[in-house]
Design a protein around this ligand. Structure first.
Ligand code: 13P
Length: 287
């Protein structure tokens, strides 16, 4: 059964580790992540962007697929199904469809409007027993057509949003979705420390997990980050493994064209990536 991300993140904050959010795109992605979480005995959050939800045939399809896999694969670790960077309307649609966790990304609105809309969704999430993530300070890079410049959040604005009763808070600290440019100055730990000081026990979320060096990840966790989002890295690993399979001509040997064979190396590559991240985040055996 899907669970809210509240308990797993409060435990992570108290225990100074982070839970991974891994974004899903299809059945292979979802299976690979769930099986790895079970093998690692780790709690996990499946992230679904609005674009990915549309790609998979709508939020109800996603809920049906994930619930079916939890049962069919005997997954017993805590799993949250989370809307990633949701619009207000997307958040409502996912609540309706049966997601267990929602992100409302109001970071592009003026802070008053972000507060107003987040407040409404806090009430809805509470009523339904779901977790809610809010965002202050846009995350850089492009994701599903949403382009952010990699701002550093204002700690007082973070405090105002945290006090609305959200479950977890994403604060921009110079992080970017996708690969980091050569001249990236790194995460702003000064901002992170100031945000943590203003928001106390609130679990903080680090987006753009792909390509952040291990020492920065560990420092971010020590400063209150309890949830780390990874998307691009699984995509790159899947693509590289699939490319290798085809370049080696394996799809032309025997029944190598069978999708169950063709996609298998990519699935294994996702599993390896997820495992490595869970070890780095410290959430192994925290189910
Ligand atoms: P990456 O694609 O950079 O790993 O970012 C993922 C993310 O933050 C999803 O919200």
């Amino acid at each position: 059964m899907l669970v809210s991300a509240k308990e797993m993140l409060q435990k992570a904050k108290a225990g100074q580790y982070a839970v991974g959010q891994f974004n899903i795109n299809n059945l292979e992605w979802t299976k690979a992540i769930l099986l790895t979480a079970q093998e690692m005995n780790a709690p996990v959050i499946l992230g679904v962007s609005e674009g990915a939800g549309k790609y998979m045939g709508g939020y109800k399809t996603v809920v049906g697929m994930v619930n079916g896999l939890l049962e069919g694969l005997n997954i017993t670790v805590p799993v949250a199904l989370h809307l990633d960077h949701g619009s207000y309307e997307g958040a409502l649609a996912c609540v309706e469809a049966g997601f267990s966790s929602i992100m409302f990304d109001g970071s592009h609105y003026p802070i008053e409007e972000n507060i107003e809309k987040t407040k409404e969704l806090v009430a809805l999430a509470e009523q339904k027993g779901l977790s809610l993530e809010a965002e202050v300070g846009a995350i850089g890079g492009e994701e599903d057509g949403v382009v952010g410049s990699g701002e550093c959040a204002d700690p007082m604005e973070c405090k105002a949003i945290a006090e609305l009763g959200v479950t977890m808070l994403a604060a921009g600290i110079g992080n970017i979705h996708g690969k980091y440019p050569e001249n990236w100055p790194g995460l702003s730990f000064e901002t992170l420390a100031a945000v943590q000081e203003q928001t106390g026990s609130m679990p903080l979320v680090l987006h753009g997990g792909t390509g952040i060096p291990a020492d920065m990840i560990q420092k971010a966790i020590s400063l209150g980050v309890s949830k780390i989002n990874v998307n691009t890295e699984c995509q790159l690993a899947f693509a590289a493994a699939t490319r290798q399979y085809i370049e080696e001509g394996k799809d032309l040997q025997g029944k190598g064209f069978d999708p169950r064979k063709l996609l298998a190396p990519g699935v294994e590559a996702i599993k390896a990536t997820v495992k490595e991240k869970m070890e780095l985040f410290g959430c192994v055996n925290k189910a």
